[in-house]
Design a protein around this ligand. Sequence first.
Ligand code: PGA
Length: 253
Amino acid sequence: MAKRTPLIAGNWKMHKTVAESVETAGQLAKMVADARDVEIMIAPAFTALASVSQVIRGSAVGLGAQNLFWEEQGAFTGEVSAPMLVSAGCRYVIIGHSERRQFFGETDETVNRRIGAALHAGLVPVFCIGETESERDAEKTFSVLDKQIQKGLEGFVSEDLSSLVVAYEPVWAIGTGKAATPQQAQEVHAFVRSKIEERFGGAMAESTRILYGGSVKPANVRELMALADVDGALVGGASLDAETFSQLVHFNA
Ligand code: PGA
């Protein structure tokens, strides 16, 4: 099996001023200087991207944004484009997070356009999918994920998607302290990989990283990362503190 370098990604959501972001990023860059065989990403608020980029330059920590708009420029008040993120130092962008879908009207179609814009600009898209609690209770988990994958990745071919990262984040596990069990996570991750294989072939299925997100903590990171089809974590709450996030980065130490 092709070796996939694990990615530990921090989603800071709407937290931290510029000064606080710079402080945490600086602490983190020092704490993870010894980390091996792991890729690290933090996604601060838009306002802090350029400053954080300076602090982590040359370190093991990569920069990501939490969203983008698909047009490159124009009369789109309040939006931020892919080239703007690149110019602020970003290498990654989170797309289709459930909070964007839930509170800001994002759909599979807009997620698809955002992924296209990210790829066009050379950004690594971290494409988020996940079912709600009621969908899981109604045994719709696989059909919901299937649709999110089909529509989110519609129109692309495997060559376009060589950098794609998928993040499975069950909505009921985000910020609740109730992570998916290893069995639940592995079952879904294997399903997601099988869907990628069906659509884009075996080589892409083998090389695509599928992160788990939803209440990842130092106490559960090892058991999740040990799963065959879990290639990293997308972390909210536990990424805000440098020491805690560093423990997650060092899951294999
Ligand atoms: P959490 O958030 O780690 O706080 O559950 C995960 C996410 O929303 O990416």
